[in-house]
Design a protein around this ligand. Structure first.
Ligand SMILES: [Zn+2]
Length: 258
């Protein structure tokens, strides 16, 4: 699943293609907005909040926000007019056409058109945005501390209402960097602020630099970069929402009673 850094890069790509341009045609391939037509709209920019993309489109009589979320499989791509799309036609959920480019959102998990003045209703439940201007590590820690103290810290880091933008990859990397086992109860982590600060640092760096390097995520059985012990993985998390965790069994000591 794309995490906050990938979402920011997607927004920048959409800005390169759409910002300051007028839409000559729009196609929303979701039942609720199938008849919506924002052609003639001026795209003023795409903003992010955690993993949410908010594309602002101005028409003479009304200002709109197109809210999209990549969820598991989604992506935005852009093409020259008439160019063959790199993904199947039937997976397109939104098509925004300008005179120069066609931006297509494929397999998007959320597609929603909102009046601009209701834009915040989409994101006001979120915690501080790891990559936002208003990032606030202390507030993220305060929200994490409100969770049940026995919740695994890895799962706590995925709670978007505590801090927005982190997914399984950056949770794994931040916990490795701070030597915290992913199954440590969140209430027992000695320095949660160090963990969320590390997640922020790693993700801010990942926005600037490609490709992304990971030390544990996706590296099952490969040697730990610190101690050479093979990296372990397991699916952990609440029933029905299990997601892969990766850790070094030496650098990240098991919590005492597990
Ligand atoms: Zn190690």
């Amino acid at each position: 699943m794309p995490e906050g850094d990938a979402v920011v890069r997607t927004a920048r790509r959409l800005d390169r293609v759409l910002q300051g341009r007028t839409l000559t045609a729009t196609d929303f391939r979701v039942p609720r907005f199938a008849v919506a037509d924002l052609s003639g709209g001026l795209v003023t920019g795409t903003h992010t909040r955690g993993k949410h993309l908010l594309t602002r489109i101005e028409l003479p009589d009304r200002q709109w926000t197109l809210h999209t979320h990549l969820k598991m499989e989604g992506s935005w791509r852009d093409f020259a007019p008439g160019q063959r799309w790199s993904k199947p036609w039937h997976t397109a959920r939104v098509v925004l056409t300008t005179a120069e480019r066609v931006a297509v959102g494929f397999s998007l998990g959320v597609v929603e058109l909102l009046p601009r003045d209701r834009e915040e209703s989409v994101t006001d439940h979120l915690g501080p945005d790891v990559l936002g201007d208003d990032w606030d590590a202390a507030e993220a820690v305060r929200r994490l501390s409100d969770l049940p103290a026995d919740l695994d810290v890895r799962d706590a880091l995925l709670e978007q209402r505590c801090l927005a933008g982190v997914g399984t990859m950056w949770a794994a990397e931040a916990l490795f960097a701070t030597r915290v086992h992913p199954r440590t109860p969140v209430g027992e982590v000695a320095d949660l602020e160090a963990v969320v600060t590390k997640a922020q640092e790693l993700m801010a760096k990942a926005v600037r630099r490609r490709p992304t390097t990971t030390y544990v995520y996706g590296r099952r059985g490969q040697p730990c970069p610190r101690c050479r012990t093979p990296i372990r993985t397991a699916k952990t998390g609440p029933l029905g929402k299990e997601r892969p965790a990766y850790w070094c069994p030496v650098c990240q000591a098991e919590p005492r009673d597990s």
